[in-house]
Design a protein around this ligand. Structure first.
Ligand SMILES: Cc1cc2nc3c(=O)[nH]c(=O)nc-3n(C[C@H](O)[C@H](O)[C@H](O)COP(=O)(O)OP(=O)(O)OC[C@H]3O[C@@H](n4cnc5c(N)ncnc54)[C@H](O)[C@@H]3O)c2cc1C
Length: 297
């Protein structure tokens, strides 16, 4: 369906399937996809973006739910935060549900989608550290068919969405083990993250996976801290850690993501971190300690 608003050059196309959406983008290379519009329309309203045409993804029912596939959940990119926050989804992927429940006020959660959160790739995107910790991958639909890329490669800018491509699905391993997401904001009530931490236990591979959001342009994975703490856990036993170990894990994660300043090239003393950065580091340490503690509780 195509509508032409009077007195406007904009064309809005509302395809009913992913293939139709890809075809619409191929037919109108200047068109921009829009899902919930919570990021895109804010940019349009503030004059930052003037798309010549829009391809709305809201009527594509195939990407608004999820299905099971080979031990994975194949999540439609059109899943809203509100839908992911519901109990049936939380039973499946608890950390992603927790992130969805923390993403903005209800109006935003009702409209904003998983695919839009990933494509916007804002440092404060709440789904992003969770997807990084889960080592999720993206099924991309485009004129040349489908391809799959790890989410971390897109967020790091190693892989890009080519013109005319859409995020169709997000493939997430179902780990059947505790996972947590915690977020700090600069205000009470809904707000963007100043720091966030996702922790995922993977008992089958005896791994702890952790990702820190909002402190860098992309989620950061403190691999050494993950390996160290996984080696302390009795995976066949009670899977508990002493409080000192949890604290050390938090400090390890925080120092890895917000390192000390390096010495100057002239061999001078390294400077100290500014107070605001030290505060952020302490916040990350606290979030990581609590997130792992809750996952192991
Ligand atoms: C007041 C406010 C508060 C917010 N608070 C939070 C918060 O706390 N946490 C948080 O994470 N986010 C927050 N957001 C950001 C926003 O709501 C999310 O990023 C949301 O998930 C974006 O999804 P959308 O469907 O609205 O994307 P849209 O605005 O429709 O699109 C965003 C971008 O993604 C592209 N896009 C959309 N879908 C696809 C797709 N399937 N394939 C390829 N490209 C696509 C669009 O072309 C556009 O460039 C907030 C936004 C507002 C306005």
């Amino acid at each position: 369906m195509t509508t032409h608003a009077p007195h406007a050059t904009h064309t809005v196309t509302l395809p009913g399937s992913l293939d139709e959406a890809v075809a619409a983008l191929a037919a109108m290379p200047a068109a921009v996809p829009v899902a919930g519009g919570t990021d895109l329309m804010a940019a349009v309203n503030s004059g930052l973006l003037r798309p010549a045409a829009l391809v709305g993804l809201g009527r594509i029912s195939e990407i608004r739910g999820w299905q099971y596939q080979d031990g994975h959940a194949l999540l439609g990119a059109g899943l809203t935060h509100a839908r992911m926050g519901r109990p049936d989804f939380a039973a499946l992927i608890p950390a992603l549900a927790a992130a969805a429940r923390a993403a903005g006020p209800p109006q935003i959660r009702n409209a904003g989608t998983l695919g839009g959160n990933i494509a916007s790739a804002a440092p404060t995107g709440d789904a992003l550290p969770v997807l990084a910790a889960l080592e999720a991958s993206l099924v991309i639909a485009g004129p040349a068919g489908h391809r799959e890329i790890p989410v971390g490669r897109l967020l790091a800018g190693i892989e890009l969405l080519h013109p005319g491509e859409l995020i169709g699905y997000v493939r997430v391993p179902l780990l059947h083990a505790p996972q947590t997401f915690l977020k700090a904001t600069g205000r009470t009530g809904p707000g963007r993250a100043t720091a966030s931490v996702a922790v995922v236990l993977d008992p089958a591979r005896r791994m702890v996976r952790c990702a820190v959001g909002a402190v860098a342009p992309m989620p950061l994975r403190p691999y050494d801290a993950e390996h160290w703490v996984a080696s302390l856990i009795d995976w066949d036993g009670e899977r508990t850690l002493a409080p000192e170990a949890l604290t050390a894990f938090g400090d390890y994660v925080a120092a890895a993501c917000i390192p000390d300043p390096v010495p100057t090239p002239e061999g001078g003393e390294p400077g100290t971190l500014p107070p605001a950065v030290l505060h952020l580091r302490r916040t990350v340490a606290t979030l990581a300690r609590r997130a792992l503690g809750r996952a192991l509780a």
